[in-house]
Design a protein around this ligand. Structure first.
Ligand SMILES: [Zn+2]
Length: 330
């Protein structure tokens, strides 16, 4: 089938995907969507999601096409802070000027030390590689990485992936005060808000050979532009997200599947507090099943990424995989 391995550019596959996007019926509708909605509402519901606001978006990462979802308008709505979902892009910004073979290890100490805000994990994560820091969404690691990262590189990365701020009421990243820029790079600044659909499509580009679809609303056909990333840099992010699914914050979205890549994020509506009622949880999961790759983004309010949004992503993928054979025989 595909002549080239990994993320090498494959013109034929690119063309097929682009044509599929152009001719796709954009909003999820029809029997598959109806069956999806029924199955998602049926027990067992992921623990902690009952009675909470949630939204689900399921995409084909190769075409940017929306396949199914719940309350999908949320993803096409206003910008939102997305917590640690930004960390892979912080890592890619660092990789613009650093070799994947020569990445730093940083220590995440237990809380109570002298290193400013503690990590979300009070026990500390110990000494971590970048992949492990992505997997465990370690705030200490990313705070130390942000100190070595040129904010201009991060701004460039945001632009490259269509995540730039400044187009509307949100301030531009390069206008943030210095300390706020560092916090934004770790995913803990409420000022860094991105359109959820753009973020989902930026993740898709990490898994489809660098095609960034520019869909802004469910009705628009989705043109693409190419984002060039070194294969070795991309592999660092993918290994981190794979490890997250296996043993990190993403394991409730992926532990059972060998083709799952996950990142979670949690945003606090009140700065400095971590009470569940103040939190919003995100999960981004890619299932690289070669027969039909899928990308799901989930949002739960109130909730956390690892404990509420991740199980919702797992259920989404399980439900859709179960329904698909029925659609093929229609
Ligand atoms: Zn940590």
């Amino acid at each position: 089938m595909s002549g080239k391995p990994g993320n090498a550019f494959d013109r034929r596959r690119w063309l097929q995907a682009t044509l599929a996007a152009v001719f796709a019926a954009p909003p999820p509708s029809g029997m598959l969507q109806q069956a999806f909605e029924r199955a998602m509402a049926a027990p067992p519901l992921p623990e902690g999601t009952e009675g909470r606001a949630s939204a689900v978006l399921l995409l084909d990462p190769d075409s940017g096409r929306v396949l199914a979802g719940l309350r999908t308008a949320f993803f096409f709505g206003p910008r939102k802070p997305c917590g640690s979902l930004i960390k892979p892009f912080t890592a890619l910004a660092f990789l613009l000027r650093h070799s994947p073979a020569d990445l730093p290890r940083f220590l995440c100490p237990p809380a109570g030390g002298s290193q400013g805000d503690p990590c979300w994990n009070p026990q500390g994560h110990g000494l971590l590689t970048l992949e492990q820091a992505l997997a465990h969404s370690c705030n200490s690691y990313f705070r130390q990485l942000a100190l070595e990262l040129d904010p201009a590189d991060f701004a460039r990365l945001l632009y490259l992936f269509g995540l730039e701020t400044g187009a509307d009421e949100f301030p531009r990243f390069d206008s943030f005060p210095g300390e706020e820029q560092r916090r934004a790079m770790t995913g803990s600044s409420p000022r860094l808000a991105v359109p959820p659909i753009r973020l989902a499509l930026a993740y898709a580009a990490l898994y489809n050979g660098g095609r960034l679809f520019l869909r802004q609303n469910p009705e628009e056909t989705s043109a693409a532009r190419s984002v060039y990333m070194e294969a070795a840099s991309l592999a660092v992010i993918q290994r981190g997200m794979r490890l997250s699914a296996q043993e990190g914050t993403g394991r409730l979205a992926g532990a059972a599947s060998s083709s799952r890549y996950v990142k979670t994020g949690t945003h606090s509506l009140r700065e400095g507090t971590h009470r569940l009622s103040d939190l919003e949880g995100w999960c981004l999961a890619v299932d690289r099943n070669p027969a039909e790759p899928l990308l799901v983004m989930t949002f739960v309010h109130p909730g956390r990424g690892a404990t509420e949004a991740a199980p919702l992503a797992a259920k989404t993928l399980a439900v859709y995989r179960r329904l698909r054979p029925a659609r093929r025989s229609e």
